[in-house]
Design a protein around this ligand. Structure first.
Ligand code: PLP
Length: 472
């Protein structure tokens, strides 16, 4: 493809992109295809000869689009937001075009230095202390793995990196029962072992019980085990419950344990002064992760990982083969030493574009509106005697269920599961569920970039009507 051909297709594509943004609500939110349906429509073998981009686009529209779940549809209330926005997409176009590998400073100084500055911007926007330094990672899962590996190395005097594990089966990691599965994955991969992940019970509001954490750490110490890391969550995936960072931090401080905070989704709410309470106890935090690629209008991938002792992180990940030795070593940040991959994309440009386009005021306004919508929805649910709210509404997630009088708990669970599937099958909205205290719980996340009160009211009407018309 020549630059001229590219220019022609790119112009057409931009038309397609803008049209998609305008019409995204016309697509069924959740794809209705069956397993294997797309796979079977794609040629067995790659073409031997060149095909036109027009042919590709035709297949994209006919084969691929029906198999897409439209996360940018404002009627997408499932899982968590994976927001894009026009300024983020524009930056992504530049990033793909430049196509540089941003593994060390020398391989694109602007990428390294913009990343350093953007992480400082974000750190200050969310109210982390200034001693924190940040790096962009591909996902919160990767960042949490990095935190657990760093904690592991720090507590063992950086010995496992060199010698392999002499501590097999003795290191312990703690998190709550509501913690994201990425913590379990990290504990498995890090060689600490799943059986050494201690799940601390939660209180009534689904936040970690710090007294139980204290007991667990001390019991382990008495038994000769080595407490290594506590993962606290600000905004759990199920209910957005907030673990008490100060109480947990005091325990970590006293017992010499690394405190990692996972705020993958809720971290964005910290840009609002009225949500700074979630970060009370911040002085005890060793590392912190949040995803601008969830709620901060920056398309996947873009995870912000902050660490107080960047030296410990670098000591854990650093490698220095001959071909990567440079004259600038030590003067600048070589981010390949701050995480797992060597090759890195120029993700900082997306953040720069998004933050400058919205301004911090614009970002606050949007996030505040999403939270206001969740609050209004919960008020509407509370007014209906045959619906109940199952967890406190903290930010942008509402957990609820339909209850029919005279039904058993099992029947109510079955009814809500049926309700969830029937709603999603219409393609008009998309909800996912969790289970809280044995109850099948519908979750409605009101944080898609363009969601408005009108979308939520319409969805709520549909939910009520569908629920009441269900047969047992
Ligand atoms: C979404 C989420 C994660 C995982 O994020 P990835 O970037 O997809 O790895 C981890 N923790 C919490 C609390 C989340 O909400």
């Amino acid at each position: 493809m020549t630059p001229d051909e590219f220019r022609k297709h790119a112009h057409e594509l931009v038309e397609w992109m803008a049209g998609y943004m305008e019409n995204v609500e016309q697509y069924p939110v959740k794809s209705a295809v069956l397993p294997g349906e797309i796979f079977n429509k794609i040629n067995e073998c790659p073409p031997s000869d060149s095909e036109s981009f027009d042919d590709l686009m035709k297949d994209f529209n006919e084969i691929i689009l029906p198999g897409i779940t439209h996360w940018q549809n404002p009627n997408f209330f499932a899982y968590f937001p994976a927001n894009t926005s026009p300024p983020s997409i524009l930056a992504e176009m530049l990033i793909a075009t430049i196509g540089s590998q941003c593994m060390i400073w020398e391989t694109s100084p602007a990428a390294a230095e913009l990343e350093e500055k953007m992480m400082n911007w974000l750190r200050d926007m969310i109210g982390l202390p200034t001693e924190f330094e940040g790096v962009i990672q591909d996902s919160a899962s990767t960042a949490t793995l990095g935190a657990i590996l760093t904690a592991r190395e720090k507590i063992t005097g950086y010995s496992i990196n060199n010698n392999g594990s002499e501590h097999a089966g003795t290191l312990r990691v703690y998190c709550s029962e509501q913690t994201h599965s990425s913590v379990e994955k990290a504990v498995k991969i890090s060689g600490i072992g799943r059986k050494n992940l201690v799940k601390i019970p939660v209180r009534e509001d689904f936040s970690m019980d710090p007294e139980k954490l204290w007991e667990a750490i001390n019991k382990d110490k008495k038994n000769g085990l080595i407490p290594c890391c506590v993962v606290a969550t600000i905004g759990t995936t199920g209910t957005t419950s907030v673990d008490p960072v100060r109480a947990i931090g005091e325990i970590c401080h006293e017992t010499g344990v690394w405190l990692h905070v996972d705020s993958a989704m809720a971290g964005t709410a910290l840009i609002l002064p009225e949500f700074q309470w979630m970060l009370d106890g911040r002085e005890y935090i060793d590392s912190f992760v949040f995803n601008p690629h969830k709620w901060m209008f920056t398309n996947f991938d873009c995870t912000a990982y902050f660490v107080k002792d960047a030296g410990a992180l670098i000591k854990t990940f650093e490698i220095l083969p001959e071909y990567l030795k440079t004259r600038t070593k030590g003067k600048v940040n070589d981010y390949r030493d701050w995480g797992v991959p060597l090759g890195r994309r120029f993700r900082a440009l997306k953040l720069w574009s998004v933050i400058r386009s919205y301004g911090t005021n614009g970002l606050c306004e949007k996030v505040r509106e999403h939270i206001r919508i969740a609050t209004r929805l919960s008020e509407m649910i509370l007014k209906e005697s045959d619906f109940e709210i199952l967890a406190p509404v903290v930010i942008c997630v509402v957990c609820f269920r339909y209850v029919r009088t005279g039904s058993t708990e099992d029947q109510i669970n079955a009814l809500n599961e049926k309700l969830n599937h029937q709603l999603n099958d219409t393609g008009k909205l998309y909800l996912t569920h969790t289970v809280l205290n044995g109850k099948y719980t519908l979750r409605m996340v009101t944080a898609q970039t363009n969601v408005t009160m009108q979308h939520v009211m319409k969805a709520w009407d549909q939910i009520r009507e569908t629920a009441r018309s269900l047969n047992n």
